[in-house]
Design a protein around this ligand. Structure first.
Ligand code: CA
Ligand code: CA
Length: 256
């Protein structure tokens, strides 16, 4: 990595999301090595923007920015969204909704990947984002033009992936829809989506990584708000009010 890469990572625009994978160091995971082989990584750093535009070795910021600009300008008929649903403790249901616009010229087969990431990891790297921690088993789906499908994923954050309380707000989940072939002719990424901690645990009203008495007090102080309520006021379900539904959701997360 380096400043050039980090500039691009921070430029993520909601559908163009960069994922950091460690190879050949103490933060390497088997899944990362598999991805390294997939992209034919022969030197570090390597970038593969949109899954197809590879740069092996360090380049100047302008090169990465140019790659980014060229790929972010490509339109896509594929839509993707993650809809997190906290179960208990470190367990999340993470259904992914994939869609293909009705204007698409043909059906499209894609592999849906879902991974957990953390920011600022290793913790000495205060500016790094989206470091890979674990991957769900990918699912392949074929969508017809106009079709929307929801694929069920789940993930458990534990051990190194859960870290300690103060770092839980650094946790994020990224999904992407990718062509099912080999690099580079069949590996284009069609779409990506990311959820951050505020979406993973809306009951953590103050964003300190846990749901406790402080969050409950905030919700109760805003209880009865009928409109224009926000997540940090206690509107955990995003419908604009702070009511019994929000209280019940917070209480079910209490102690997380
Ligand atoms: Ca909290
Ligand atoms: Ca509400």
């Amino acid at each position: 990595m380096g400043t050039a890469c980090n500039n691009i990572m921070n430029a993520s625009n909601g559908r163009y999301i960069l994922l950091q994978i460690h190879l050949s160091d103490g933060y390497t995971y088997p899944w990362g090595n598999t991805r390294g082989s997939f992209y034919g990584v022969t030197g570090l750093p390597t970038t593969a923007q949109d899954g197809i535009l590879r740069r092996v070795g360090a380049y100047g910021a302008g090169t990465y920015q140019s790659d980014y600009n060229s790929r972010v300008a490509v339109t896509t008929p594929v839509g993707l969204a993650i809809n997190p649903d906290h179960q208990s403790g470190g367990v999340w249901s993470l259904p992914v909704t994939a869609s293909l616009e009705s204007s698409a010229s043909a059906a499209r087969t894609m592999r849906i990947n879902l991974v957990q990431v953390v920011d600022h990891y290793p913790t000495t790297e205060t500016h790094w984002r989206n470091c890979f921690m674990q991957a769900a088993t990918p699912q392949t789906v074929t969508l017809q033009p106009g079709e929307t499908r929801t694929l069920n994923f789940s993930m458990t954050f534990s051990g190194a992936t859960w870290l300690n309380l103060i770092n839980r707000r650094e946790i994020g989940v990224i999904a992407w829809a990718q062509n099912t072939g080999t690099f580079p002719s069949g590996s284009e990424v069609y779409q990506a989506a990311q959820v951050e901690w505020a979406q993973l645990l809306p009951s953590d009203l103050n964003g300190n990584g846990t749901c406790d008495l402080t969050d409950l007090a905030v919700l109760l102080s805003n209880f009865g708000t009928l409109s224009d309520a926000t997540q940090n006021m206690g509107d955990t379900d995003g419908d604009g009010d702070v009511d019994l539904s929000d209280l019940a959701a917070l209480l079910s997360d209490f102690g997380t």
